[in-house]
Write a protein that binds this ligand. Structure first.
Ligand code: PEP
Ligand code: CO
Length: 446
């Protein structure tokens, strides 16, 4: 029997936490959070876990996407609705191409904290704490803005609740009804090829839907409501712990700030606090795996990681999101898959083709080439086919808005075009057109 405890993480080294200047204020703010109602419920989490179990067996496909970092200011109806629209459009394309039901998970309603490669940022002769996401401080390079403020955690919780409330209301009200794909139109998606291909697809889906309904004499009521789940990086353990609860008539502890938290690549050390905390919650969880994994000693590392986070091989419990970059996928992904196969446990493999392909333009903008993103996906599909394992989903940074943050795609954006609509607070996202194009590629190849 495990003698481990939900609070064990508190005595372990914990990476990438902001330098909170006032411990008493942090305790007070998280004490308030601990009294507030949860954002999601254990039964929703269980539903998602069973769907993820199906995805790991190749019976479903995971589409996880949204901002690198949400911002408090962009908690607006348009931004939220546009994100749902692009996720719905992509999922339709993926259902059609993969012949698998798609699980829709947003990087939203809580993606407000970022790990930073350096805890400080210097400009000219001034050094200030880095920007850790809206849950912690503000991005402006000013002393007051960059001071970590634990009361922002409450604002983040509230913004998450508002976002989720709006999403639930839209979905409950028929916004995601498959009979009405016109509700998800994004007027600015102009590029003719994509638009026509997508319109043709919608046409085919609508006519098969009405054919089925005529044939059966019933309205396909299930299709008038599709679900969305939420996810974010579980970085700030004080916040996550405050929203972790015991639930009546269920075993163990449940993280109720989100359905599907993940451990970022920088905080996945097996003997440290994040892994200890995640090992004690009942949610399905994901771990980001990158090119810094110990390739020479991979079998031992994977065995230890899975022993900590996936001891019982419970279906749907563990997802590995790999983000090796186009240049390293062909070498690293087979090694990762084989190391997992040696444990004889089942995990869901998901490809994040964004984070291993980041580069900086001559003008200093962080960007990604659309071709590199597609190449990483193509290689992933090939590797899984060669090893007889399941390519179970994609994890994408995207927005439903008309931004110019990644180069390439149907409009052929170049480095010098990025200034037109570069709005991200941290990493470059695919715009709606690029996201749809990516879904089409995966659909064609899977
Ligand atoms: C992210 O998902 O925004 C992120 C920081 O990813 P990773 O942990 O894979 O670097
Ligand atoms: Co990111």
């Amino acid at each position: 029997m495990s003698t481990r405890h939900i609070d064990d993480w508190r005595s372990l080294p914990v990476a990438h936490q902001p330098p909170w200047p006032d411990e008493a204020a942090l305790a007070e703010a998280t004490g308030e959070l601990a009294k507030l109602p949860p954002l999601v419920t254990s039964w929703e989490i269980e539903t998602l876990k069973s769907q993820l179990a199906q995805a790991a067996r190749g019976e479903r496909f995971l589409l996880q996407g949204g901002d690198c970092a949400e911002s408090f200011a962009e908690c607006t109806s348009d931004v939220i609705a546009n994100k749902l629209k692009i996720l719905l459009q992509m999922s339709l394309v993926l259902v059609h191409g993969t012949h698998r039901p798609v699980i829709r998970v947003g990087r939203f309603a809580g993606q407000y904290a970022k790990p930073r490669s350096s805890s400080t940022e210097s400009r000219d002769d001034q050094t200030l704490p880095s920007f850790y996401g809206d849950n912690v401080n503000r991005p402006q390079f000013e002393e007051a803005a960059r001071r970590p403020d634990p009361w922002r955690l409450l604002r983040g919780y509230e913004r998450s609740a508002m976002t989720l409330n709006f999403i639930r209301a839209l979905v409950g009200g028929g916004f995601a009804d498959l009979h009405h794909p016109e509700y998800w139109d994004l007027g600015f998606v102009q590029h003719a090829d994509r638009r026509e291909e997508y319109a043709g697809l919608i046409e085919r889906i609508s006519s098969s839907l009405s054919f089925m309904e005529t044939l059966s004499g019933h309205n396909a009521a299930d299709l008038s409501r599709v679900d969305f789940f939420t996810s974010h990086e579980g970085l700030l353990l004080n916040y996550e712990a405050a929203l972790t609860r015991a639930v009546p008539r269920r075993q163990g502890h449940w993280l109720l700030s989100t359905h599907f938290p993940w451990i970022g690549m920088r905080t996945a050390q097996v003997d440290e606090a994040h892994v200890a905390f995640f090992s004690q919650i009942q949610n399905p969880i994901a771990v980001k795996v990158g090119p810094d994994m110990p390739i020479a000693d991979l079998n031992t590392w994977i065995k230890k990681l899975l022993a900590a986070l996936h001891p019982d091989d419970e279906p749907g419990r563990l997802t590995l999101i790999h983000r090796f970059g186009a240049a390293k996928t062909a070498e690293y992904l087979p090694a990762l898959i084989e190391a997992v196969q040696k444990t004889q446990k089942t995990v869901l493999f998901v490809c994040d083709p964004m984070h291993g392909n980041t580069r900086t333009t001559a003008d200093g903008l962080k960007t990604r080439r659309f071709e590199d993103i597609l190449l990483e996906l193509e290689q992933t599909i090939e590797v899984h086919a060669a090893l007889g394992s399941v390519f179970g989903g994609i994890h994408i940074e995207l927005t439903g808005d008309n931004v110019t943050e990644c180069t390439g795609g149907a409009r052929g954006l170049r480095d010098q075009d990025l200034h037109e609509g570069y709005r991200t607070m941290v990493d470059p996202r695919l715009n709606a057109e690029q996201a749809l194009e990516l879904a089409m590629l995966v659909a064609r190849r899977s």
